[in-house]
Design a protein around this ligand. Structure first.
Ligand code: G6P
Length: 612
């Protein structure tokens, strides 16, 4: 979703900010803009469409400023347009702001400000911040910190706001509540951004600005104040990111690069967490809350999108291995169904970005009722990792592709480790079973490499999907969530209507869709559901449906019936999602490619969804 970049130093801040916005493109956006100060005035260039259009325009007009703030906007209030793009400037042109988040009380504030004669140019909620700040500044004798304290207290909602003031051209200010903002500390120059990707090129020394804090930034210095305007100090953190992580490295798309990284990222997510002799799982991140985790009467998995599918897999795994009741919920639904939460419930909050607003709100609800929260996040230092009691990072590295791939398999890996750790502590698995699972988990990365080698065959299958409009994805048992994930990948990047279904439910509805134009992808590996899935394949074929089956190597029975078979290696039933998901990722990727879709920038989607 929206992204923010700020720069102050001796270089042309506009260039640096625009380059930073290009790094943030992966978050999803529809317009972009930049503001700087030149000739004693705030100048703004903003454009609907890609950052490249903005870059071209600022080059054409030779826009230059030692200070710059910029923004990529993902439309919420008001359509994507030049006018609605950020930055927004105040009525008298004193301040310009960029905002990430949502101002929930903007309508009442807007009405009050309009009564006072402020003219609004855009339909956004964000513009209210610029007018409000200018007004409060006038009443605070120009004291920006005092004004920002009032503005921060007046705004309801989530925000990271970065501000330029014409009266203080050598400073940038920022306030934050609930939406991430990172300060990058350079030499004679400083940076701000929504995440580390625009910063890593310049500095690895960062500070994560906290909620309710106010930042004043100059080229050589910064001060951070708490909400009572007392100056506070923050330890700097090291940005755990390399340039190679945010570049395509010869791959056609980030998504493809990330699919291919999985043998390594799965290994990284289990590195140091399985004893060398495979006899036990070690999770450093849960030391203080270990008893609460092992003794919980119930496990709940809360997440959105792909992470929700990881939670669904986890429910099957935890129930079977730990013999404890489990629930899984879409985070955006959780709070609003007034859930029954018992003190001591263990909640797994799963999130790649660690910034998903729906998941954060669900955590707040669960915490309020005394549940213990275990965060499973990919982004180090993210909000969810900080608001969780304990947890584990997935260590998949930066994921740029909007369609999540390597983060998903890393989440699964970490969830398996949690399940094994709990089963070990509860004694619901024997030491020999633990060893067997650990060894099989350890073998997964090589098996994933084997599946990746099938990419040319999967490309050929994708060509048969080029012109179809609708398809089904079926799986049974622990493969049901993988069918949902396969369908999600397909619809996200190819725009083909793809429906994921439990294979057993096919006869209760989706079978009506099947004909020669609606192909079915079905996970038909040799697990405990194999024979039932085989019957489903026959039912589809009897209705002239095309079948693309994911099968185990050497399965001649299905080969004789299905139109296409993708043969993958065997592992134990519960671990198999780590393998079956790989061909589905490749199938979606290649199909999007043959259809000419913009794979890394799928329409309307955002990588990090910071609004409810
Ligand atoms: C967005 C992304 C999805 C992602 C979901 C949850 O919708 O487009 O790919 O699965 O958010 O994100 P999270 O960062 O919480 O895993």
């Amino acid at each position: 979703m929206c992204g923010i970049v700020g720069y102050i130093g001796d270089k042309n801040g506009i260039d640096i900010v625009v380059k930073g916005l290009q790094r943030l493109e992966y978050r999803g956006y529809d317009s972009a803009g930049v503001a700087g100060i030149s000739a004693g005035k705030i100048q703004i260039v903003k454009k609907n469409g890609r950052v490249d259009v903005l870059r071209q325009t600022v080059e054409d007009v030779k826009f230059s400023s030692h200070v710059g703030i910029g923004h990529t906007r993902w439309a919420t209030h008001g359509e994507p347009s030049d006018i609605n793009a950020h930055p927004h400037i105040s009525h008298k042109g004193k301040v310009a702001i960029v905002h990430n988040g949502i101002i929930e009380n903007y309508l009442s504030l807007k009405k009050e400000l309009q009564k006072k004669g402020k003219v609004f140019l855009s339909e956004t909620d964000s513009e209210v911040i610029a007018h409000l700040l200018e007004e409060v500044l006038e009443n605070s004798a120009g004291d920006m910190i005092a004004a920002l304290q009032i503005v921060q207290r007046t705004l309801v909602g989530a925000f990271a706001v970065v501000i330029l003031s014409v009266d203080e051209p050598n400073l940038i200010y920022a306030i934050k509540k609930g939406t991430p903002l990172v300060l990058g500390i350079g030499k004679g120059e400083n940076f701000l951004a929504s995440d580390g990707t625009p910063l890593v090129q310049y500095t690895k020394s960062v500070i994560y600005i906290g909620d309710g804090e106010i930042l004043r930034l100059s080229a050589n210095d910064f001060q951070i104040y708490n909400s009572d305007i007392q100056e506070i100090s923050h330890a700097t953190s090291v940005l755990e990111m390399e340039m190679s992580m945010i570049e395509k490295d010869g791959y056609a798309h980030f998504m493809l690069k990330e699919i291919y990284e999985q043998p390594k990222t799965i290994l990284d997510s289990m590195r140091g967490r399985i004893a060398a002799d495979m006899s036990e799982v070690k999770l450093g991140g849960i030391n203080n809350y270990a008893p609460q985790l092992y003794n919980a009467n119930r496990y709940l998995f809360l997440a959105c999108g792909t992470s929700y599918h990881a939670g669904m897999v986890a429910r099957y795994v935890f129930e079977q291995l730990c013999r404890v009741s489990c629930e899984v919920d879409v985070a955006s639904e959780f709070r609003y169904r007034k859930p029954v939460i018992h003190a001591g419930d263990a909640i797994f909050a799963i999130s790649q970005s660690g910034e998903t607003a729906d998941t954060i709100v669900a955590i707040e609800e669960a915490k309020h009722h005394g549940a213990n929260i275990f965060g499973i996040c990919n982004v180090v230092g993210s909000t969810i990792s900080r608001v969780s009691h304990e947890g584990a990072y997935t260590h998949a590295g930066v994921e740029i592709g909007v369609a999540s791939t390597k983060a998903f398999t890393a989440q699964l890996t970490v969830l398996y480790l949690f399940a094994l750790k709990i089963a070990q502590s509860k004694g619901t698995l024997t030491p020999a079973q633990i060893k067997q699972y650990c060894s099989e988990l350890h073998a997964i990365p090589d098996q994933v490499s084997e599946i990746l080698a099938l990419s040319p065959q999967i490309l050929e299958i994708s060509k048969s999907l080029k012109d179809i409009h609708s398809m089904l994805f079926l799986g049974r048992g622990v493969q049901f969530p993988i069918a949902l994930e396969g369908a999600l990948k397909m619809k996200e990047i190819t725009y083909i209507h793809a429906e994921g279904y439990a294979a057993g439910e096919m006869k209760h509805g989706p079978i009506a869709l099947i004909d020669e134009f609606v192909p079915t992808v079905i996970i038909a590996i040799k697990d405990s559901n194999y024979l039932k899935v085989l019957s489903n394949i026959k039912e589809i074929k009897a209705r002239k449906g095309k079948v693309i089956a994911i099968v185990n190597k050497g399965d001649d029975d299905i080969k004789g019936i299905a139109d296409f078979c993708i043969e993958i290696p065997e592992t134990s039933e519960l671990l198999a999602p780590l393998l079956t998901t790989i061909p589905l990722q490749l199938l979606a990727y290649h199909t999007a490619n043959v259809r000419g879709c913009d794979i890394d920038k799928p329409r309307n989607l955002a990588k990090s969804v910071t609004v409810e």
